[in-house]
Design a protein around this ligand. Sequence first.
Ligand code: ASP
Ligand code: MG
Length: 434
Amino acid sequence: MRRDAAPSQPFTTLLIPAMALIVHKYGGTSMGSIERIRNVALRVAKWHRAGHQMMVVPSAMAGETNRLLELAYAVSVQLEPRELDMIAATGEQISIGLLSLALKELGVGARSYAGWQVPIKTDSTFTKARIIEIDCARVQCDLDAGQVVVIAGFQGVDGENNITTLGRGGSDTSALALAAAFAAHECLIYTDVDGVYTADPRIVDQARRLECITCEEMLEMASLGSKVLHTRSVEFAGKYRVKTRVLSSLTDPAMPLEEEMQSGTLMTFEEDKTMEQAVVSGIAHQRDEARIALLGVPDTPGIAYQILGPIAHAHIDVDMIVQNQSVQGRTDFTFTVARSDYARALDILNASVKTQIGAHQVVGDPKVSKVSAVGVGMRSHVGVASTMFRTLAEEGINIQMISTSEIKISVLIDEKYMELAVRALHKAFALERG
Ligand code: ASP
Ligand code: MG
């Protein structure tokens, strides 16, 4: 396909077929001021002039979604999720209008769409809605007519025509879902970092940008706290095999397309067998975790469901779970939740712990963090866990809980030691810039 590109497109011949549909997603920082929105417009115009069909999905301007939600919190403590979405969705609506105007200023035909106008249909789980279906017809007409289409990220519409949002950071998911629905050639996620790093560069100064990362690793990294991509967006990329690149929006918008296409981090679908695979590709961390333990739980069938059922019912996500060996018919049951859900989860359990569950006590710690080593190379190497545990032991860091998958090992530790653990592990797995 690439080799068939028209020879009259010097910038794109090597990398992208002519007239390909390209999706660009710009985060809040990239849209953070009028100046930056102008830069976004310059970049999009460059791609459009190279002959591509362009779909652009911006986030709200930096800080805007927080500001909108604070307004809501200031008015009411009875947070009605439907109204929260009504308010929060306006941030992206401003962005699409401004970006369309900025494109028109450059002489590029552009048209903005709110989620409901596409429409991007979702379920009715306000504040965390899931995309069910995207109707391509209306937008496709504009694309075919050569218009740049600017679609609001983060929002959709449910079966009753209510405006919904996809959860914080959800514009990535909008972009990848749109790229999948329109079978885009590539989805470029422009952000304030220049790619995916071996660890958060704010914690580890020796952190290194990865040229590529497998979709599986990215999924683990995203769900383990790397803030680069919204987890569900990676699921879309993986399921529909959307070619996705994470790159910086803070570079010169006039930089040659060819160079731009080689910057950032490319998400791949298979391990590159020709390259020597690092055992561990990155260290992820999640600072804001909380641990809850039920002590003296009767060890009978159905007990895990009795404990976690009401938690799930309240839409609280549970992460790590450990049930101990029972002693004289009683056991301890420990799990983690996001720190923001800690108080609510405790309230739910306190109401039922003695009466329904018959446990002795519920205790918790809202100041724990999770640190994980991720890498597809773990499948074919042994000893990753022991290196990890030895490193933490040498730093005197106590491990409270452990969980593993084929390509990751996570430990729960005291929040105080989180940064130390990330640095030590980054070093132990030789991930530094070399
Ligand atoms: N504006 C939304 C947020 O701040 C969505 C996004 O930026 O992806 O969470
Ligand atoms: Mg984001």
